[in-house]
Design a protein around this ligand. Structure first.
Ligand SMILES: [Zn+2]
Ligand SMILES: [Zn+2]
Length: 403
């Protein structure tokens, strides 16, 4: 990644370091017709900058200097080879499972994760049950606040890791970036401060003003159909298939809710989330409360509501963390080849949702991308991929010569 304000001479030398085994992507061309849609003052400023960058497209084989409002930067090296050469969904899916060290890591971690969480549950869940018993409370009245707090903690812990990555801006991680555009805080520090506070405020409201009261109402008034006892804590195998089951159902709900949010009638709700043209991990839960409720919470409840007593509350807790972390990853701007999510068939790469935020053209699916394929709402994305991720093709030719 090219830091704003730093020297531009590293551009081509970094290009040769691009590895083939990454799932991240190339720099894309901002669609100025889309990004200049005025959402609010911050989005306007951001759009103007994207527009400005687009006016400075690189010329064949030459590093290009881009002037931003803050300082001067240069287009950074672009991704090539491996995943980036795969132009169809089938090719990309086959590439997902080509033999490699990282395949072993991501498949191993996807299978190992539920087993590890089940083991953790044998320590945490008895404590939850004992706590409820010691205060003579229903287990639900302790279990669901604990689940909420664990999910909340996991959300911020995961984002804290990305925060370290953003803060230290390590060059060794540049090859995993989805694109090389400068971060918000580099180009517009003042605007970013406002946006950061808005983001934290809205996320806290969505968690403590919406999710927690809903859990309270649900557990006290309606009870829960989920298992709560220690004796029936799930096995790793049970948790694994239930995570996949919930993911498939959630993806159905998320895709259709998201499509609906992109209609004229409902976009006023969704435009809050789209204030991030270049999303970061924290922005995953930055959404209007109505969107958070109907576009996030309701779809994620579909699986557990169908599974009922077949699912343990501890599995439900891990499911909420699993889904929230996938959303963080999708918004992070990074694509790591070791990510366990990338072992899941039809998992959309990070560039997929990033494309959605930049272009606002199709790609409505969240973790998986099956429904975009069914509805043909992935055509803009596939077209962009087939064109070699425009504005990057010239760079990629340069890279292949150097290799
Ligand atoms: Zn959207
Ligand atoms: Zn998003």
């Amino acid at each position: 990644m090219q830091r704003v304000g730093s020297s531009s001479t590293t551009t081509n030398s970094k290009a040769v370091n691009v590895k083939k085994e990454t799932w991240s992507t190339a720099k894309e061309t901002p669609n100025t017709d889309e990004v200049t849609r005025s959402l609010d003052a911050y989005a306007k400023k951001n759009s103007q900058q994207l527009h400005h960058e687009n006016d400075n497209k690189p010329t064949e084989g030459k590093p290009t200097t881009t002037t931003t409002t803050a300082t001067t930067t240069t287009t950074a090296p672009l991704r090539t080879g491996g995943f980036y050469e795969k132009k169809t969904i089938l090719e990309q899916e086959l590439y997902r499972y080509h033999p490699s060290f990282w395949l072993l890591v991501r498949v191993g971690s996807l299978i190992g994760f539920p087993y590890l969480m089940c083991h953790l549950g044998t320590y945490i869940w008895p404590t939850v049950v004992d706590l409820a018993a010691s205060y003579e409370l229903e287990i639900t009245s302790v279990a669901f606040p604990v689940i909420g707090l664990l999910t909340f903690t996991a959300y911020f812990a995961h984002n804290a890791l990305y925060g370290l990555l953003y803060h230290f801006d390590l060059r060794s991680f540049d090859k995993y970036r989805v694109d090389e555009k400068p971060w918000h805080w580099d180009t517009d520090p003042d605007g970013w401060k406002i946006m950061f506070h808005k983001t934290i405020g809205l996320i806290l409201f969505n968690f403590f003003g919406l999710t927690f009261p809903l859990m309270y109402v649900n557990s006290f008034l309606l009870g829960t159909p989920l298992r709560l006892d220690v004796a029936s804590l799930p096995t790793g195998g049970e948790m694994f298939w239930q995570l996949m089951f919930c993911l498939v159902l959630e993806d159905f709900g998320f895709h259709h809710a998201h499509q609906l949010l992109h209609t004229k009638q409902f976009y006023w709700i969704h435009k809050i989330h789209h204030q991030y043209h270049a999303p970061i991990g924290l922005s995953a839960a930055y959404a209007h409360p109505l969107e958070y409720l109907f576009g996030n919470i309701v779809p994620s409840m579909m699986g557990p509501m169908l599974l009922r007593h077949r699912m343990h509350a501890w599995s439900f807790c891990i499911w909420t963390i699993f889904r929230a972390s996938a959303a963080i990853e999708n918004h992070s701007g990074y694509e790591f080849p070791w990510s366990m999510y990338q072992a899941i068939p039809f998992k959309a790469p990070t560039e997929y949702h990033d494309f959605h935020h930049h272009r606002n053209q199709g790609t409505y699916s969240g973790v998986l991308r099956f429904w975009d394929w069914v509805y043909g709402t992935n055509t803009h994305y596939l077209d962009w991929v087939c064109k070699g991720r425009p504005e990057t093709r010239r760079k990629r030719k340069t890279v292949s010569k150097e290799n």
